[in-house]
Design a binder for this molecule. Structure first.
Ligand code: FAD
Length: 467
């Protein structure tokens, strides 16, 4: 052993869940060690997830909006991205944010150790950094080791033309023809970026709806937007992939059981992520991990070993940064003997394309499955002056209410800035607002968030249903 340290809390993994837990632990006066296998803090979200994808999506949106205005002869000139400058811009943003994290950790006297952490027993982990070993004896540990992209079960070849989201975000080149396997959030965002930068895109989705997690009406409206941008194949499967000199040969199985081969310059696999639950000797020391790799926890983020906690992608769906951040706060507070539970009414989901697609609380699908007596109200954006000025008239704001109490339990928005507007709906659900609370609140005019007030007014019967 090169070094032995003792601490109140050791956190393994410095993604959004891990660094948030570390900051909260330190702020609550706990001696805190944060372990990260890579040289940069921030995890998937900051380095190869939320932040690089949102940087590229912002550029893609600006290009899209400019092109729309050009089509109406309001702007002139060809719009082209300089790929090298785009890469530099993206890396600059990532570096700025990782540096901020180091500073915030330093300010709080958090000991950051680089290296791969593994449990030796339920009181001890070792961290290996190029054979330099640090031994940490802890009172409490928090597992925050995140998730990794899933690949196709039959795919055992590596080829520089077969990508996952991490590869795609390095922007190796702009393929002429690209297949995106998976019509969920990550697949759609990547398809939007690459199609705006010039690729011809096909999307294959196994289920019968794009964005399978969202409600059908939201998915259908989004479909209208992407119809001319991507070729979407639903209820379709990829059954084989073979790299050849003239492209990647993909065997495609259609819903009528017909198979055919199609060639692509690049295939991007975006079929989900798997938790890194079994990689740390968790099961060897008796921590319960389910078959998929999720570490089992209670509402205080405790595993079955009471002083070992787990947070973030490693514990459950939805694998989203804000869920992990909140779980991190809960774990830290429980360790510091505060009363804290993870029991949210909302975990918002957002697709940051143009238009944005965003939903929060209970979807209609979930309401039906759970036999909730619900009613909905929809405000179409063609009736919003602000939506028309933003060229976003093909949008909608949908609110879902519990019928007996008229309390809001869910909502969805499709349209420009939908993800930002969703904040009001999330807060209303958490605060237990009913339709009247929302309808009576004065919303500024003309704004896009006015659509939330108007949707509640439609439900209240104060204005007529516009559909
Ligand atoms: P991670 O961010 O995965 O961090 C885990 C950390 O643990 C990593 O840094 C890893 O290196 C480290 N680690 C693992 N094992 C060990 C070990 N044994 N020892 C030491 N260190 C270890 N979510 C959103 O909310 N909004 C978005 O817009 C969004 N966009 C995304 C876009 C893409 C392309 C992807 C892939 C994901 C996106 N996500 C988004 C999901 C989000 O990135 C994850 O939910 C989030 O990063 C999970 O945080 P985490 O802390 O649980 O794990």
């Amino acid at each position: 052993m090169n070094n032995t340290l003792k601490t109140n809390v050791v956190i393994i993994g410095a993604g959004p869940a891990g660094y948030s837990a570390a900051f909260r632990c330190a702020d609550l006066g706990l001696q805190t060690i944060l372990v990260e296998r890579y040289s940069k803090l921030g995890g998937v979200c900051l380095n190869v997830g939320c932040i690089p994808s949102k940087t590229l999506l912002h550029i893609a949106k600006v290009i899209t909006e400019t092109k729309v205005l050009s089509q109406h002869q309001l702007l002139f000139g060809e719009i082209k991205a300089d790929l090298n400058q785009v890469r530099i811009w993206k890396d600059k943003i990532i570096n700025q944010l990782t540096k901020n994290l180091y500073n915030l950790a330093q300010k709080r006297n958090i000991t950051v150790i680089n290296g791969y952490g593994k449990f030796i027993n339920d009181k001890n982990i070792i961290i290996n950094n190029n054979n330099h070993i640090t031994n940490v004896i802890f009172d409490n540990a928090i597992i925050a080791t995140g998730s990794s992209p899933i690949t196709l079960p039959f795919l055992n070849i590596k080829d520089p033309r077969i990508w996952n989201s991490t590869d795609a975000l390095t922007l190796p080149f702009i393929p002429k023809k690209m297949l995106v396997i998976g019509g969920g959030i990550i697949g759609i965002e990547m398809a939007y970026i690459y199609s705006t930068l010039g690729s011809e895109i096909d999307i294959i989705e196994m289920s019968n709806q794009i964005i399978p997690a969202a409600d059908e009406d939201i998915a259908n409206l989004f479909n209208k937007h992407i119809r001319n941008k991507f070729k979407l194949m639903l209820e379709t499967k990829v059954t084989a992939i073979e790299p050849r000199t003239n492209g990647i040969a993909v065997e495609i199985l259609l819903k009528d059981n017909k198979k055919y081969i199609q060639y692509y310059d690049v295939v991007l696999i975006a079929i989900g992520r798997i938790p890194n639950g079994k990689l740390l000797n968790t099961t060897q020391i008796g921590i319960k991990v389910d078959d998929f790799g999720f570490v089992s926890v209670d509402k205080q983020m405790r595993t079955n070993i009471k002083h070992i906690y787990a947070i973030g992608d490693i514990v459950s769906q939805p694998m989203l940064a804000h869920k992990g951040i909140h779980e991190g706060y809960v774990a830290a507070e429980v360790i510091a003997d505060k009363i804290s539970y993870f029991d949210p009414k909302v975990i918002p989901s957002i697709i940051y394309t143009e238009p944005e697609v965003a939903w929060t609380g209970i979807t209609e699908k979930e309401a039906k499955n759970k036999n909730i007596n619900y009613e909905k109200s929809i405000f179409p954006w063609f009736a919003s002056g602000r939506a028309i000025t933003s060229y976003s008239q093909d949008g909608m704001t949908k609110l879902i209410f519990e019928k007996n109490t008229r309390k809001i339990i869910g909502g969805a928005i499709i349209g420009t800035n939908g993800g930002e507007l969703l904040g009001e709906i999330s807060l209303a659900i958490e605060m237990g607002c009913d339709a009247e609370d929302i309808a009576m609140t004065i919303h500024a005019h003309p704004t896009l968030y006015e659509s939330i007030g108007l949707s509640a007014k439609i439900y209240e019967g104060t204005i007529v249903d516009l559909l």
